[in-house]
Write a new protein. Structure first.
Length: 135
């Protein structure tokens, strides 16, 4: 993964976030209850937050005081975390709509959350020490 790919990925995820948010705001209100809608909105919110984080990683990619390997790790953790955290929330909140047996995804959500946290830890560790060179 490189800066150009991160920018494109962030752009696609941003567009998807807006589409999913609009669907939740306008299409789901009559299909699911308020509790399921709140769960769905949490998935959209975290998807959007981490879309911006991916964009920030792309902006910082060429900065000499940042370790690209750690930015890359953060990006991969965020991406996988988005998939597991937001994806499981979407599937769980839409059970009444799709009718699929997705209860097994309940434990997947916190794993996705841990991956998102791991991405932030990698991001925290991405600045290079003052007297070293970025890899």
């Amino acid at each position: 993964m490189n800066a150009q790919q991160l920018i494109r990925l962030a752009a696609l995820l941003g567009a998807g976030s807006v589409a999913l948010g609009a669907f939740g705001a306008h299409g789901l209100r009559t299909l699911v209850g308020p509790d399921q809608l709140a769960i769905y909105e949490t998935g959209v919110r975290y998807l959007f937050y981490h879309t911006f984080a991916l964009g920030l990683a792309a902006v910082l990619w060429r900065q000499p005081q940042v370790q690209r390997s750690r930015l890359k790790l953060a990006a991969w953790l965020w991406l996988l975390g988005i998939f597991l955290f937001s994806g499981s929330l979407f599937a769980l909140s839409l059970r009444a709509v799709h009718g699929l047996p997705v209860a097994f995804l309940g434990p997947v959500t916190p794993v996705g959350g841990l991956l998102l946290i791991g991405g932030w830890v990698a991001f925290f560790l991405s600045p290079t020490p003052a007297n070293s060179t970025a890899p």
